[in-house]
Design a binder for this molecule. Structure first.
Ligand code: NAD
Length: 465
């Protein structure tokens, strides 16, 4: 991907990281007052520049304002509010029991910041995916380098300007650019790297992290399946699937990638999906103010090639100058077709008929573990079976996408869809070291575990261990 946005001079990167490390080592970022102040400032950044941020999101990905507000800005302010509300509780040492052999003593788990962390973001939700991990990292008391995606250049430039203006420049910095700048960043030593993007680059990030034994969180993607059982409420399933798929023109990591529908309800589902698309976006979605565009020409051309991998039920139209691809439903898709090969990441939904939920589960199990799995059914047994028999980052029953909006649920992948998780307290935990602390009393010092070992000591130990 060519760099189209602003880029930081790579020769400044080592000094930037060194400045942040000095700030962290001085203890600047540890006090809860610093964390709270930064979180408040981050909130103000978003609220005071709402218009500019929405415009940048519209310019980069053609995001409708409501989607941009809900999925990018509102998401971040909600995250800030949650962190501010629970910071005291999250940071309080957690008392745990102490075994008899170590008594008298007290044991606790202390959360300590990791140090200087790097947050590399992608372009599809460029504000949310840059700032939400930063909320967690700041709440946990870390210094942070932010690396926005060059594929969303206006959002990158805006964050590059606003973050140093609002947040403590001694401890929080932005590096802009593409492969060259990120490669230079990855030459530095960090205490955690949080990467959101594709699996190919994730391997580059993880290899670079390995040089310094730096832990990583990898928030990746994949083909998230949607299973529609024969007892599902078809109209409702169609609405919820179409919403999750065509939001941001399908450029969502947890968008339903394809549908496995029970053959008995295939035709009603296809009809319902087609009529839902018309209801949502009108007869010609090109004129809908509620429908986003493809991020750039490379992705446009990639997606255009996938439009003919089945029978078009609805959509199929493209308009290159505006990077428009109509919301498209494909039927009679072969499992070997290119559209079923890689993550689609665009507004094309292949629907494959299967003979029951068992076959759908086998289909999912034969492929990489996805980031999300959706199942539509009125039966608890079928929902339980799908949860138990498949592995994915998360599951929604009779819904799409919404598990990401519950901050009580850790968000992350498994296998090819990533490692580690964040959101709410799980984000705070990701950016914290969980330090085990035991404080032993000096009032007593039973000799039982000290040499010389004797039979009686062994007997006591065998009784208590
Ligand atoms: P992208 O092209 O914006 O790349 C992501 C980041 O990686 C950018 O900051 C980019 O500068 C950097 N990068 C690119 N090449 C690099 C290299 N060779 N070395 C180091 N850094 C490099 O975004 P993308 O990868 O196209 O994002 C889409 C993917 O991300 C999809 O697979 C999607 O499912 C996934 N995704 C996952 C989540 C999640 O939360 N799990 C969220 C959004 C997107």
């Amino acid at each position: 991907m060519t760099v189209t946005g602003p880029a930081t001079d790579v020769s400044t990167i080592p000094a930037t990281v060194a400045r942040l490390r000095a700030a962290f080592d001085s203890g600047r970022t540890t006090p809860l007052e610093w964390r709270r102040a930064q979180l408040h400032r981050l909130r103000t950044l978003v609220t005071e520049h709402e218009r500019e941020l929405l415009d940048a999101l519209a310019a980069d990905v053609g995001k409708p304002p409501i989607e941009a507000y809900a999925a990018d800005l509102g998401f971040v302010t909600g995250d800030v509010d949650l962190a501010l509300k629970h910071l005291d509780r999250w940071t309080r040492p957690r008392r745990v029991r102490t075994p008899m052999t170590s008594q008298p003593a007290k044991s606790s788990i202390v959360r300590e910041p990791l140090g200087v962390v790097l947050v590399i973001a992608p372009w599809n939700y460029p504000i949310q995916l840059q700032l939400a991990p930063m909320v967690a990292a700041i709440a946990a008391g870390n210094a942070v380098v932010a690396k926005p995606s060059e594929v969303s250049p206006r959002c990158s430039a805006l964050l590059g300007r606003l973050i140093p203006e609002y947040l403590d420049p001694e401890a929080i910095a932005v590096v802009e650019g593409g492969v060259t700048e990120t490669t230079a960043l990855l030459d530095e030593r960090f205490d955690h790297i949080f990467y959101t993007g594709n699996g190919r680059v994730a391997r580059v990030v993880m290899a670079a992290a390995a040089r310094n034994l730096t832990p990583v969180t990898l928030e990746l993607g994949g083909k998230s399946p949607t299973i529609v059982a024969r007892d599902a409420k078809i109209e409702l399933a169609a609405r919820r699937i179409a919403w999750g798929k065509f939001l941001n023109a399908g450029q969502t990591c947890i968008a339903p990638d394809y549908v496995l529908v029970d053959r008995a309800v295939e035709e009603p589902l296809l009809d319902a999906l087609a009529s839902t698309v018309r209801k949502f976006y009108g007869a010609d979605p090109r004129h809908s103010p509620d429908y986003a565009r493809i991020v750039n020409d490379t992705h446009f051309r990639r997606l255009e090639k996938l439009l003919h991998d089945g029978r078009t039920v609805v959509g199929g139209e493209t308009y290159e100058a505006a990077r428009y691809i109509a919301p498209t439903i494909l039927a009679d898709v072969s499992p070997d077709a290119p559209v079923m090969d890689e993550e689609i990441f665009g507004p094309i939904l292949p629907v494959i008929a299967v003979d029951g939920v068992g076959e759908a589960i086998s289909f999912v199990r034969e492929r990489d573990k996805p980031l999300a799995l959706y199942v539509f059914t009125e039966s608890d047994e079928i929902a339980d079976l799908a949860v138990a028999e498949t592995s994915s980052g998360g599951v929604c029953v009779n819904a799409t996408l919404l598990h990401i909006a519950n901050t009580e649920l850790p968000f992350g992948g498994v296998g090819e869809s990533g490692m580690g998780a964040y959101h709410g307290e799980s984000g705070f935990e990701t950016f914290s070291h969980h330090k085990s602390v035991m404080r032993r009393s000096t009032r007593l010092d039973p000799p039982v575990m000290y040499p010389p070992y004797r039979r009686w000591k062994e007997r006591v130990l065998r009784r208590v261990l």
